[in-house]
Design a protein around this ligand. Structure first.
Ligand SMILES: O=C(O)CCC(=O)C(=O)O
Ligand SMILES: [Fe+2]
Length: 328
């Protein structure tokens, strides 16, 4: 039987099976750049609890969500239909809340238990990411803790983020994108989805972390509650001398007919600002992760502006009084 494009990899008995798991992860990352993790240690109840928190946040009135507006400089905060994709020249049909461990979080008064549930969820994501990153460190010829130090999740200059995402229900969505084709900016993304909320599609075949040509063969990856979709981002593609592939992916709604709301949660492992990224073969000149992150966020999110968000709110006929003040 042909191997699936995106393999399912179990983290069960990780310490004893580390070598096998490393080989499976590397095989997946060298072509598809995507894999699905199971037996990872987060229960379906814990995942559903975080989705419930996410929904409670997105259900808040616009002006409450807009108390923490997206800031292009830090890439944290709430944005509403404002992510202008270079690949489509259109805004994604979604809203999202970006956060770091040390950024401003929605208050527990607005979303009961936000801090406790989300802190627990983040620490689970950290543990799973650490396992995968330690396999990748060794496979690339670095010390086992190389990427652990590189991410520096507890350092002041950590750039790792959690993103709560809500794609609104739609009907006959031809010509629009829930998320236009893109590659992820950071190192390693963990993506949580829910049964029945499909839409993610991936396109393997990217050769260089500096090329942005998009292929035309996208393969759908059905959404499941429980398994985690893991993918490589641009930073790790460059950091591995292009060995691990950060491939294009996108999220679609049905061209004809109704698509339900879709909620997803992404945990983006990103190198800390001060870490210097250079691959084992020194293919690319050294650059700090901070500089890489700033250039990439400007390229991808630079067009998110105060004006854009206000226009989007008005177009939607929602309250236009929200004090959205994201940097231009
Ligand atoms: O919602 C999804 O499934 C994908 C999200 C995504 O690709 C991203 O935020 O980078
Ligand atoms: Fe993505």
């Amino acid at each position: 039987m042909a191997k699936p494009l995106v393999p399912t990899i179990s983290l069960k008995d990780f310490e004893n099976r580390r070598d096998i798991i490393t080989k499976e992860i590397i095989d997946a990352c060298e072509y598809a750049g995507f894999l699905t993790l199971v037996d990872h240690g987060i229960t379906v109840d814990e995942i559903n609890a975080q989705f419930a928190i996410s929904k409670a946040f997105f259900d808040l009135p616009f002006d409450v969500k807009a108390r923490i507006p997206h800031d292009v400089k830090t890439n944290n905060g709430w944005e509403y239909k404002s992510q202008l994709r270079p690949s489509t020249n259109m805004v994604d049909q979604k809203e999202s809340f970006w956060m770091m461990k040390r950024s401003e979080w929605p208050s527990d008064n607005d979303v009961p238990n936000f801090r406790e549930t989300t802190s627990k969820f983040i620490s689970k994501c950290e543990g799973i990411s650490d396992k995968v990153l330690s396999c990748l460190s060794i496979a690339l010829g670095f010390e086992e803790d190389y990427f652990r130090k590189g991410m520096g999740i507890d350092e002041e200059d950590s750039l790792t983020q959690l993103r709560l995402i809500h794609y609104m229900a739609s009907e006959n969505a031809a010509g629009t994108w829930r998320a236009g084709p893109h590659t992820d900016i950071g190192c390693l993304t963990l993506l949580f989805q829910r049964d029945g909320e499909d839409g993610l599609e991936i396109c393997p075949g990217r050769e260089s972390s500096h090329s942005y040509g998009i292929g035309d063969t996208f393969t759908p990856l059905p959404a499941q509650t429980g398994p985690i979709v893991v993918n490589i981002g641009d930073m790790l593609m460059a950091w591995s001398d292009d060995r691990l592939k950060a491939n294009f992916h996108r999220v679609r709604a049905k061209d004809v007919g109704k698509s339900p709301d879709r909620y997803s949660i992404a945990y983006f492992n990103t190198g800390r600002k001060g870490a210097i990224m250079q691959g084992p073969g020194k293919k690319n000149p050294p650059i700090t992760c901070g500089q890489w992150f700033n250039e990439a966020t400007e390229r991808q999110f630079g067009a998110m502006s105060k004006r854009r968000q206000e226009v989007a709110l008005k177009e939607d006929g929602k309250t236009a009084t929200a004090t959205v003040s994201a940097a231009a």
